[in-house]
Design a protein around this ligand. Structure first.
Ligand code: PA5
Length: 426
């Protein structure tokens, strides 16, 4: 169960400030729970842990099995909300979430999330001599980055497999319309749906995320069960931690803290940081408002940006993500000569040293003037991560409504596209 430790926030948000903000945040929460706010037609993610297409879910698992059976590599083509969630879960659970048998099988690689020739060339080289399939994901079906990568990779797949290439393409897109939908229908590719009422960055628990995650060998039943275990139907107690998190963020923002850093002591959390940044950045950064979401991986970044956090401009607050226990342990060995002076750690688990580093950092940052919160997760498992994903989606929607913006649109992302298509002569 996720808990929010707010002991290091109390010096920065007083009881009076908390109480003054509560009504506004509860009103925002009620917009998420009951609808009625801007963009409420995109609340489909809210009930997803119970309310999803069971038949499609069975097809997702069957397709994942087929891919694991006939492919060394699955290339997942998508950008933004159409790949970050899957990549985040796979990077985080790819080590601990798989049984030893699963670790041998299909590798998931990602393409179509940039326009770099170097990156696409790397993907093509990795496919050489391998058996592979494609999962192309685009809700609109027209996004340039994935569409271009798909054109290139589809041609390669046809060269490799001829007409049977069509049995190796899985398209995740709109249920009824769009270029990708039409191509999939014409060519007989297996189709999965991005529901109309779920936007890209809230879509990881749909086929968008579930097919690549299942193809990686991660238990999607557990992931969904974790999301479903987050309490949200008892309106009195609902989402108390998510509500508090949203409340503290908004009070801090009003007090001039314009940047939030999500910090984690597990390097395999790095892409989850990216998923979180997209979720909050696209949901809140509009109408000239919004906290800038940033992230750090510790202790790595304590040797670079840690300096800024500790001593730089006091505009940053920090949210740590901590796990109760490590899925694996490495024990520090004793050394006879103790030449490196580390025998005081002999016999201890590295994860204990990591935990102490967290405790020391949270206190140091707090004492240095950084408001600090910690989200505690019990472990690094599909269930805990499902719960974390759901927690963040809920907190983000509440926080954005509290800020007074529509959590579900992203008008700003169109601007560069207009210029780019002009320059390319579309
Ligand atoms: O969250 C979002 O809506 C965006 O990040 C989209 O997911 C991203 O732009 C990709 O769009 P599409 O799935 O239509 O290709």
């Amino acid at each position: 169960m996720i808990t929010l430790d707010d002991k290091y926030i109390k010096n920065f948000v007083s009881g009076e400030e908390y109480d003054a903000a509560l009504e506004r945040v509860v009103a925002a929460r009620d917009k998420v729970l009951n609808g009625g706010g801007e963009g409420s037609e995109f609340l489909g993610w809210r009930d997803l842990p119970e309310n999803y297409d069971r038949d499609e879910y069975v097809r997702i698992k069957a397709a994942a099995e087929k891919i694991r059976d006939d492919s060394d590599i699955l290339v997942v083509i998508g950008i933004g909300g159409s790949y970050l969630g899957a990549r985040a879960v796979i990077e985080l659970l790819g080590h601990s979430g798989l049984d030893p048998e699963s670790r041998k099988t299909t590798e998931i690689i990602f393409a179509g999330n940039n326009l770099s020739s170097i990156e696409l060339d790397k993907v093509l080289k990795r496919l050489d001599g391998k058996d592979w399939s494609i999962n192309v994901i685009s809700k609109s079906g027209t996004t340039l980055e994935p569409a271009l990568a798909f054109r290139v990779l589809r041609a390669e797949l046809a060269k490799r497999y001829g007409a049977s290439a069509n049995q190796r393409i899985y398209a995740t897109t709109d249920a009824k319309k769009g270029t990708l939908h039409d191509l999939a229908t014409e060519n007989g590719w297996e189709k999965f749906v991005v529901p109309d009422n779920i936007g890209g960055r809230y879509s990881v628990l749909t086929a968008v995320g579930l097919l690549p995650i299942a193809a990686a060998g991660i238990d999607v039943d557990e992931l969904m069960a974790g999301a479903g275990s987050f309490p949200r139907t008892d309106l009195g107690k609902v989402i108390v931690e998510a509500l508090d998190y949203a409340l503290y963020r908004n009070v801090l923002y009003e007090k001039g803290y314009g940047v939030e850093v999500l910090s984690c002591f597990e390097p395999s959390f790095a892409v989850m940081n990216e998923w979180w940044k997209q979720l909050f950045g696209e949901s809140e950064g509009k109408d000239s408002k919004g906290i800038l979401p940033d992230s750090m991986i510790f202790t790595t970044d304590l040797h670079s940006l840690g300096q800024y956090l500790q001593d730089g401009k006091r505009q940053v607050f920090e949210t740590f993500v901590q796990f109760g226990k490590s899925p694996v342990e490495v024990v520090v060995p004793a050394a006879e000569d103790d030449g490196d002076g580390l025998n005081y750690l002999a016999g201890k688990n590295l994860s204990l040293v990591n935990q102490k580093a967290y405790e020391a950092t949270a206190k140091a940052h707090h004492d240095g003037g950084v408001p600090v919160m910690t989200l505690n997760l019990s472990d690094i498992s599909p269930k805990s991560i499902g719960e974390f994903i759901y927690f963040m989606e809920m907190a983000c929607a509440i926080s954005a409504y509290t800020l007074g913006v529509n959590p579900f649109n992203q008008p700003g992302v169109e601007e560069y596209k207009k210029n780019m298509f002009g320059l390319l002569g579309k």
